[in-house]
Design a protein around this ligand. Structure first.
Ligand code: ADP
Ligand code: GLC
Length: 494
């Protein structure tokens, strides 16, 4: 089986969130299960500056779309997975992030950047780029790749296409004028296609035209068919419920393992949990917190957005940090209002609260290896990887029971403690008071019953969310779809 995996960010080169992790570890797991999976992504400047060797395997054009491009081939680090970088310098060779400039503003030509990316994806899927490789299936991810299923199907191809929704809140919405300027087929301007309340929606291309839809947890697959979580797409998704499957994301434990993590100071496992205290002292030193091995550290490692409930933490600070032996570490970037408020709060709590407003992969690992509680009061969470990493590091998640958080964290209660299934603390409503109550439950146990706490940490660390399970789900779905689609290699780029 061969699969073209199209995505806009891939760890370790370009990462703004969990999508990049999935785009690295899922193809690796699929590759290890014998699938010929190849990634295609834009050749951003930030990647080219990290890669020193690549093979130019195509240099061609799509004259009708006004694109001249090269395809550069590299290999995903520590794997056998080929990665094709779509090199269009005027679109991708610039400073800043994949979606925004250095000041955080969206690139004004994002619609064009990802429309052209999608056109190249389609040409590759149809073996029209000179690579002499034809995938059996195209796997697209999130709005940046949403036009590819639409273009492919509109061109008459029956190549099986799967679209994974990592986050329905990001839809790639652009005004009609931009739609016109992209010179897409006129038929796409319809509520049954890309039109969405008078605008153009990239993600609808995936939601409408892909043969199968996946999202990253079973609970979120249910949720997005309701008005509360459907972001306006609940009607469409309810109609496609039969073709929508929830498959949990996983963890690559070669990279996230406190026994051999190169980012952390002291390695440990369930028989050496006291080393977490040494890591804690190091973290306090690194972040300028009071040095206190007895302190209980709460952590928030996150995009700082409404989705993640950063405001619930901000409003609850007085109740979350009532005593000096409680400390809070925030690592994240996001909405400027949250960033400013966090900085102000931290300056009033020197030594007790540290706020790091940047992206630092190593620090994320070090916090997981040192903190006691991970706060994820998300209003919605398609899957969430941070809580899965926390489990492996024995940093106990306190989560709002939504989406993947509800699916992956088992709340502490008498029964779950007794049968050893408890892994964290859940609360039902995304409200500050609920978060504070859940944190108090956690603190009561942490302070009052050391043996029960150790059992909880031990069972959290032993949970297995490895990618192999999730990859099996993807592989089965791919195989079923391919065998159900008698495919003749026809189709052209409309
Ligand atoms: P999302 O994709 O919605 O942001 P996930 O929990 O799925 O949430 O994935 C977040 C990923 O991004 C995790 O790997 C987490 O460690 C990482 N992360 C988030 N913010 C930062 C940051 N500021 N520095 C380093 N890593 C971060
Ligand atoms: C999105 C979601 C997150 C998920 C990640 C990877 O960014 O917000 O819940 O884990 O994608 O699928």
């Amino acid at each position: 089986m061969s699969v073209l995996f199209a995505v806009s960010e891939v760890f370790p080169w370009v990462k703004t969130g969990g999508l990049a992790d999935v785009a690295c570890y899922l193809p690796m797991a699929l590759n290890e299960s014998g699938i010929d999976v190849r990634i295609v992504m834009p050749a951003y400047r930030s990647i080219l500056s990290q890669i020193h060797e690549y093979r130019v395997c195509a240099e061609t054009s799509l004259p009708e779309a006004g694109i001249r491009y090269r395809i550069l081939q590299v290999t995903l680090p520590d794997s056998q997975v080929p990665v094709y970088l779509v090199d269009i310098p005027e679109l991708y060779d610039r400073p800043g992030g994949p979606y925004t400039d250095s000041s955080g503003a969206d690139w004004p030509d994002n619609a064009l950047r990802y429309a052209q990316f999608c056109r190249v994806i389609v040409a590759m899927a149809l073996n029209q780029t000179g690579l002499h490789w034809r995938p059996d299936l195209l796997q697209c991810n999130d709005w940046h790749t949403g036009l590819a299923p639409a273009l492919l199907k509109a061109g008459g191809s029956r190549l099986p296409v799967v679209f994974t929704i990592h986050n329905l809140a990001y839809q790639g919405i652009f005004p009609y004028e931009l739609f016109r300027s992209l010179r897409l087929p006129a038929g796409f301007w319809s509520p049954d296609a890309l039109e969405f309340y008078g605008n153009m929606s990239f993600i609808k291309g995936g939601l409408v035209y892909a043969d199968r839809l996946i999202t990253v947890s079973p609970r979120y697959a249910e949720e997005i068919t309701t008005p509360e979580y459907g972001c306006g797409m609940d009607g469409l998704l309810s109609n496609r419920r039969e073709q929508l499957t929830g498959i949990l994301n996983g963890v690559d434990y070669r990279y996230w393992d406190p026994r051999n993590d190169t980012h952390i100071w002291h390695h440990y496992w369930i028989d050496s949990l006291e080393k977490r205290r040494l890591n804690k002292l190091e973290l306090q030193e690194e972040l300028g917190l009071n040095r206190d091995p007895e302190a209980i550290i709460l952590a928030h490692i996150s995009r700082l957005t409404g989705q993640k409930g950063t405001d619930l933490i901000l409003f609850g600070l007085a109740d979350l940090l009532p005593d000096n032996d409680l400390q809070l570490v925030v690592l994240g970037t996001g909405e400027s209002g949250f960033e400013t408020a966090l900085l102000t709060a931290a300056s009033a709590r020197a030594g007790q609260m540290s706020v790091c407003l940047y992206f630092d992969e190593g620090l994320a690992h070090r916090i997981q290896a040192s903190a006691d509680l991970l706060l994820m009061p998300s209003r919605f969470e398609p899957c969430g990887l941070t809580q899965l990493y926390a489990l492996r590091y024995g940093c106990i998640p306190v989560v709002c029971a939504t989406g993947g958080l509800a699916d992956t964290i088992t709340d502490v209660d008498d029964q779950s403690l007794k049968d050893g299934t408890a892994t964290g603390f859940q609360f039902q409503e995304p409200a500050t008071s609920s978060l504070v109550t859940a944190v108090r439950r956690a603190l009561a146990m942490r302070r009052g019953d050391a043996r029960a706490w150790q059992r909880l940490v031990t069972s959290a660390m032993q949970k297995d969310f490895s990618w192999q399970n999730s990859a099996r789900g993807y592989a089965r779905l791919f195989a079923d779809l391919i065998s159900a689609t008698p495919y003749r290699p026809v189709g052209r780029l409309p």
